[in-house]
Write a protein that binds this ligand. Structure first.
Ligand SMILES: Cc1cc2nc3c(=O)[nH]c(=O)nc-3n(C[C@H](O)[C@H](O)[C@H](O)COP(=O)(O)O)c2cc1C
Length: 373
């Protein structure tokens, strides 16, 4: 019996949701929004991936404020207009694949906001070039030649915290199954955690206790308002000497658990251009193992997990509870079906696709069974 195809319940204060398998589609920015609003691209992309055999699909980093977008083309959820468009697009996509749970990643890009989309260079955009002023924990730019962000004062700290809460409530209203706060990849909440980006001298900087304070305040505020499944994505290491370490992030995870965190999604890096990542298959899994062992929280492993057997081995070793994949699903949107065929699992699919398994070819698909056939 494959562990990848056994159910898992994600807990939450108002009752958990049970996922039929352990495959999660990781959040992936599409840089296809207009003024923060979802577009036809999202409808196509979500509809495609919602039918891929994963038990949960994660909507890309969705900015809780306009200035929290990574790029001018990033998705947002900060007012009635962005909510209406997101809700409508999501409802239309989900009608086609009601079996797949939907998580939304809520984000603020901090000093990495106001950037060009990747295929136009990704550089920081000045306000007269389509960008906007950025803020972060300290007035430290990510790259030495960039304009520094403004160090956040009490007004911004409150504004951003309240925006995370408001966005979670809007997401709940539109019926998402889970919310993931983005505290990874060098964006705002990660910037507070890392001593490389946070050199504040107030109670939000310095010791780990102080650096954790703001992300924990944001998490606690969202937790108090939103009773559904709530998790977080972390970067378990900056991969830089003197940067955020796995031990520090493990302590952060323990504090999150005490605040009622339902799952933790363990990524790494993204904060500093000096990072030296030991890249390779499953290169972040050991971080997931450490955090899961220390907290017992539902833990998601991600990062160059590409094969069904590799995913299965990670689960069987007890290194994680869920496996998230990003690029593998872009390349092969039916990755979950192929994993089911390889491991003898079952996935659900829209009946319009059932004929992909002609009777005479079924043997070649192994024991995959879609839509109850
Ligand atoms: C096109 C693309 C967009 C991404 N956007 C996000 C995002 O919105 N939020 C996030 O936390 N990570 C994002 N990531 C990182 C992925 O979620 C994932 O952590 C990373 O690609 C490693 O997993 P993989 O090896 O399965 O691709 C993105 C990655 C890609 C390829």
């Amino acid at each position: 019996m494959s562990t990848l195809f056994t159910p898992l319940t994600l807990p939450s204060p108002r009752g958990g949701i049970t996922l039929p398998n352990r495959i999660v589609i990781a959040p992936m920015c599409q840089y296809s929004a207009v003024n923060g609003e979802a577009t036809d691209w999202h409808l196509m992309h979500w509809g495609n991936l919602l039918n891929g055999g994963a038990s949960m699909f994660t909507i890309e980093a969705t900015a809780v404020l306009p200035e929290g977008r990574i790029t001018p083309k990033c998705l947002g959820l900060w007012d009635d207009r962005t909510e209406a468009k997101l809700a409508d697009t999501l409802h239309r996509a989900r009608k086609l694949a009601p079996q797949t749970a939907v998580c939304i990643q809520l984000a603020h890009a901090g000093r990495k906001a106001s950037s060009a989309i990747p295929w136009q260079g990704g550089q920081l955009l000045s306000p007269d070039n389509g960008g906007w002023p950025t803020y972060g924990p300290s007035a430290l730019p990510q790259l030495p030649n960039e304009a520094p962000p403004t160090a956040m004062g009490a007004y911004e700290l409150t504004r951003v915290r309240e925006a995370f809460v408001a966005a979670a409530l809007r997401a709940d209203k539109m019926g998402v199954d889970a919310v993931e706060l983005h505290a990874a990849h060098g964006y705002l909440l990660h910037e507070f955690l890392s001593p490389l980006a946070n050199q504040r001298t107030d109670t939000y900087g310095g010791s780990l206790e102080n650096r954790m304070r703001y992300p924990l305040e944001v998490f606690a505020a969202v937790r108090a308002a939103y009773q559904g499944v709530l998790g977080i994505r972390v970067s378990a290491s900056d991969w830089v000497e003197g940067g955020l370490t796995a031990d520090e992030v493990t302590e952060f995870a323990q504090r999150l658990k005490a605040l009622g965190c339902d799952f933790i999604h363990v990524s790494s890096g993204g904060l500093s251009p000096q990072q030296k990542i030991a890249i390779g298959l499953g290169y972040q899994v050991h971080f997931a193992r450490q955090i899961r062992a220390a907290t017992g929280m539902v833990t998601t492993a991600v990062g160059l997990i590409t094969e069904a057997q590799q995913a299965e081995d990670i689960l069987q070793a007890g290194d994680a509870d869920l496996i998230a994949l990003a690029r593998a699903f872009l390349y092969q949107p039916r990755w979950g079906w192929q994993a089911a065929a390889a491991l003898g699992g079952t996935v659900e699919a829209n009946p319009a696709y059932w004929r992909c398994l002609p009777r005479e070819a079924q043997a070649a698909f192994g024991k995959v069974s879609i839509g109850g056939r």
